[in-house]
Ligand binder design. Structure first.
Ligand SMILES: Cc1cc2nc3c(=O)[nH]c(=O)nc-3n(C[C@H](O)[C@H](O)[C@H](O)COP(=O)(O)OP(=O)(O)OC[C@H]3O[C@@H](n4cnc5c(N)ncnc54)[C@H](O)[C@@H]3O)c2cc1C
Ligand code: FES
Length: 240
């Protein structure tokens, strides 16, 4: 669904990291994403997860990586953005009474919206959040209102030193949801077999038409933007 969403708030929340509140959005499920036309000469839209939604307002948290996200960071309150909304499948609900939410870097935002939804279903959550350094950390206090939070930073400047895998040591993970860079997801899924992960593949159209985001799975090729971005761990085939 194409929508013009107005920028209600836009601020820096960590190193090169912005929180963008957009108004006028239809309802999204946790794990879905939007595809934003960023200003300037950018032919392809840029995909971003929904970090939260209250009524018609969605929160997007993003990091500046290249020219598209740089252009987005310069958008002002009151401007409007052309967005494809309600994209992707979203996370599934689980019968487990306690689950782990495991995120790395800008994979973390969609886990906040998911944590809120799980709490509404009386499912307890433990969050394991991995960042590079303390300067990159965001949303930690907000997550702490929802459950136990374990923070890991690569340089040890906040929380445990290391990756989310160090944060999970001594924990028994029955079921988990994970979002983050592929090496993190590959390592996690080689150890923990029961869960769901959201993949970040490079995208063209974002709605299933171009096949640009196809990946191999145990069954047949699937489009990350349409059949994903959330996949069951048991479906995944990692590139070697
Ligand atoms: C489903 C999904 C959800 C995402 N959610 C978030 C989020 O919540 N917060 C956030 O900061 N980032 C998120 N990303 C990554 C974000 O889309 C990229 O960082 C962004 O597109 C980079 O654009 P750029 O022009 O700044 O970078 P460039 O490197 O200049 O982009 C070049 C091209 O590669 C694509 N691209 C680059 N990096 C990625 C990437 N990691 N994944 C997919 N496409 C990429 C761009 O769309 C563009 O076509 C998500 C990606 C996907 C697929
Ligand atoms: S990005 Fe076009 S099919 Fe997924």
């Amino acid at each position: 669904m194409i929508k013009r969403l107005s920028v209600k708030n836009h601020e820096t929340i960590a190193k090169d990291t912005f929180a963008l509140v957009l108004k006028g959005a239809p309802p999204h499920k946790p794990g879905q994403f939007i595809n934003i036309t960023v200003p300037g000469e950018h032919f392809l839209r840029r995909p971003f997860s929904i970090a939260d939604q209250e009524d018609d307002e969605i929160l997007v948290i993003y990091k500046v990586f290249g020219s598209g996200t740089q252009a987005l960071s310069e958008v002002k309150i009151g401007e409007t953005l052309d967005c494809l909304t309600c994209l992707g499948n979203g996370f599934g609900m689980t019968k487990h009474k306690h689950v782990y939410l495991i995120g790395g870097g800008v994979g973390i935002p969609p886990l906040y919206y998911l944590a809120k939804a799980l709490k509404k279903h009386a499912i307890d959550v433990t969050m394991v959040l991995g960042f590079n350094t303390e300067a990159d950390c965001f949303l930690i206090e907000a997550f702490e209102t929802l459950g136990t939070v374990i923070v890991a930073t690569l340089d040890g400047s906040r929380g445990i030193q290391g990756t989310v895998l160090e944060g999970l040591k001594d924990h028994t993970v029955n079921y988990y949801y994970a979002v983050g860079p592929n090496p993190m997801l590959k390592a996690l899924t080689s150890i923990y077999k029961d869960g769901e992960v959201s993949l970040e593949e490079r995208m063209g159209c974002g709605f299933g038409a171009c096949m640009g985001c196809s990946i191999k799975t145990k069954h047949e090729p699937k489009r990350v933007c349409k059949e994903g971005p959330v996949f069951k761990v048991e479906e995944l085939v990692w590139k070697t």
